[in-house]
Design a protein around this ligand. Structure first.
Ligand code: C2E
Ligand code: CA
Ligand code: CA
Length: 565
């Protein structure tokens, strides 16, 4: 038995063995031999054995079965274990002095036997260990259960063992912890992959060291995220401290923790760690603390989010999503001229009331519902473009938001083309806003999708420009028809200490590329004038109008002097 194996058992908490044995002295001997390495449950009678099997089958790794019991035949117990689907895979080692019985028990599904009187301690331990490993699949244990880099559990096995941990500690408060290494991708980039792996390994090892004392289990979930499930503790600074490694001269590893303390054991294991992850994200860019704790406000948010997700389909069916329109004005002429509008969705919820998209869009982007919502919004937009053409005799192009998730939908182009055809729209009447950050995510694929949209006649506006991480240089390379400057951009330029240099530079760059610029979030006349001065083409914002429901927008448009000219 190698060190490694012992290690491996300890790390996840000891495995549990049911010893079914009526003789006191034999129980004592087995206890003496095994209790250092294993967690033992004893049954003195067949009845007790069946009760333990019934209640604890999930936590057992092995049964040691004496064939002579006062109230029942050992063979019958073996039969029942093998006949019950819940325990059929549980290995049973038979303990007997009767060689005949050995054969019969093997044929009934016992995996091995231990003769009586008992052989040497090493023999028993080796058989027990071998059986447990055999049962769990030695290869599986070594290659699938464990993460190759750190030797910690991988995610699937971790969740299983965490559940098992619960059954060993049913009444004790337990914490779910997520640990992330700060800026791990930078470590990889700057020092190379091998160094990065070394960091992962050392962090894993340190984590195992601190947590073992506190009785818990550890895994690496993916890349630089570790999960810890352990008995409740006060304070987590010791974890931070011991994992904040100094890697040679060059680098000090910094981490952040998300803790969901005293978990609710009635919810899914994965959910417990989702909560810990949420808590970790809370301190992601914080300089003040490295530990985020899941609290009741986060819980309320989660409950709210769930409520929204649950009512999504009803909301679509009952048309609770209402599309508002906000005009965009061309400010190049002395008198600004309506150029188009942006479709912005709102949720008028029957019980929760008005919900703004900033609340539900990110949520729907997380789980793909956004595709359904967006195509609903696009259809509404298309319908109104046509309605206004008929009713007002005006062609008002409307831009719709295309979420980055939509760009991975192979049907995207077909869906949009279908709408344009169905409502008899001209090219260029439906504009597409695609957020800047979508381009940085997977630029090659996104660029090819955007290219195909443009080739079929759609105009693309790059939305939220200035919030992503793209360089100014990027806009020279991507296929777009207009640049929509993010609101924050405008805010900083017009803040107390005005600094419009960046704005001027960007507008200038866009102009040199022949790209019109759209400024968002423009609220004052002063801003409009300054933007015009800088060469900005189109303006959208409260100064002209807030987003309006369709009929309000109609009234607004009809009130514009000379719009029909
Ligand atoms: P966005 O695309 O950047 O939309 C502009 C946001 O700025 C809108 O917020 C608009 O109401 C707001 N806004 C416009 N003018 C002003 C102003 O002068 N001052 C201020 N403070 N705000 C102004 P809204 O409607 O809450 O939408 C938030 C975000 O939700 C949008 O940001 C967009 O990313 C997303 N969104 C809205 N509708 C949809 C949709 O149908 N599909 C998708 N995928 N996303 C949408
Ligand atoms: Ca937009
Ligand atoms: Ca925007």
């Amino acid at each position: 038995m190698s060190e490694g194996h012992l290690d491996f058992h300890d790390a996840k908490g000891r495995r549990r063995i049911l010893v079914i044995e009526d003789e006191f002295i034999n129980r004592e001997i087995l206890g003496f031999l095994l209790s250092d390495t294993y967690d033992l449950a004893f049954a003195e009678t067949g009845e007790q054995a069946l009760a333990i099997l019934e209640a604890q089958f999930e936590t057992l790794s092995l049964v040691l079965l004496d064939l002579n019991l006062p109230d029942m035949k050992g063979m019958d117990i073996l039969r029942r274990i093998k006949a019950d689907v819940r325990t059929a895979m549980l290995p049973v080692i038979v303990m007997t002095a009767d060689q005949e019985a050995e054969v019969e028990s093997l044929s009934l599904g016992a995996i091995d036997f231990i003769p009586k009187p008992y052989p040497k301690r090493e023999v028993i331990l080796a058989r027990v260990l071998r059986t447990i490993e055999l049962f769990e699949g030695r290869d599986i244990i070594h290659w699938t259960e464990r993460d190759q880099i750190t030797g910690l559990y991988n995610r699937e096995f971790f969740y299983r063992y965490a559940a098992q941990f619960d059954s060993f500690h049913p009444d004790e408060a337990t914490d779910a912890i997520v640990l992330d290494i700060n800026h791990f991708h930078m470590i990889n980039e700057r020092h190379g992959r091998e160094f990065g792996n070394e960091v992962l390994r050392r962090v894993g090892q340190k984590l195992l060291e601190v947590v073992r004392e506190g009785n818990g289990i550890v895994c690496r979930r993916e890349s630089d995220t570790y999960l810890v499930y352990c008995l409740h503790r006060e304070g987590f600074e010791d974890i931070i401290e011991s994992v904040s490694l100094q890697m040679g001269e060059g680098y000090r590893v910094r981490v952040r923790l998300g803790v969901y303390p005293d978990v609710d054991k009635t919810i899914d294991m994965e959910r417990r760690f989702d909560r810990a992850k949420q808590a970790a994200d809370k301190v992601k860019n914080s300089f003040t603390g490295a530990v985020g704790v899941y609290d009741s406000s986060m819980h309320e948010k989660e409950v709210f989010a769930e409520q929204l997700l649950e009512s999504f389909h009803t909301a679509i069916r009952e048309r609770q999503f209402v599309v508002y329109f906000q005009p965009k004005f061309d400010i190049r002429p002395d008198k600004p001229r309506l150029s188009s509008a942006e479709a912005l969705v709102r949720w008028i919820h029957p019980t929760l009331g008005f919900i703004s998209p900033g609340v539900f869009i990110p949520l729907f982007e997380e789980n793909g519902l956004i595709r359904e919502l967006d195509s609903y919004v696009w259809r509404e937009a298309a319908r109104h473009i046509r309605l206004w053409k008929q009713k007002l005799g005006l062609s008002i192009p409307v831009s719709v938001n295309v979420s980055r998730i939509d760009l991975y939908d192979p049907q995207l182009l077909a869906t949009l083309q279908g709408l344009v055809a169905e409502f008899g729209l001209n090219r260029g009447e439906m504009l597409l806003e695609i957020t800047e950050s979508a381009y940085t995510e997977n630029s090659e694929q996104i660029i090819s999708v955007v290219n195909s949209l443009r080739e079929s006649g759609f105009h693309i506006e790059m939305d939220d420009f200035g919030t992503g991480y793209s360089s100014l240089n990027m806009i020279t390379q991507v296929p777009i028809d207009a640049l929509k400057l993010d609101m924050k951009f405008i805010r900083t330029a017009f803040a107390d200490r005005k600094d419009t240099r960046l704005l001027v530079a960007v507008i200038g760059l866009a102009k040199s590329l022949g790209l019109p610029t759209v400024a968002e979030g423009v609220e004052t006349e002063e801003q409009v004038d300054a933007l015009r001065e800088m060469g900005c083409d189109i303006v959208q914002g409260y100064f002209f109008s807030r987003p309006l429901p369709a009929d309000g927008f109609e009234t607004f448009v009809s009130g514009l002097a000379g719009v029909k000219a």
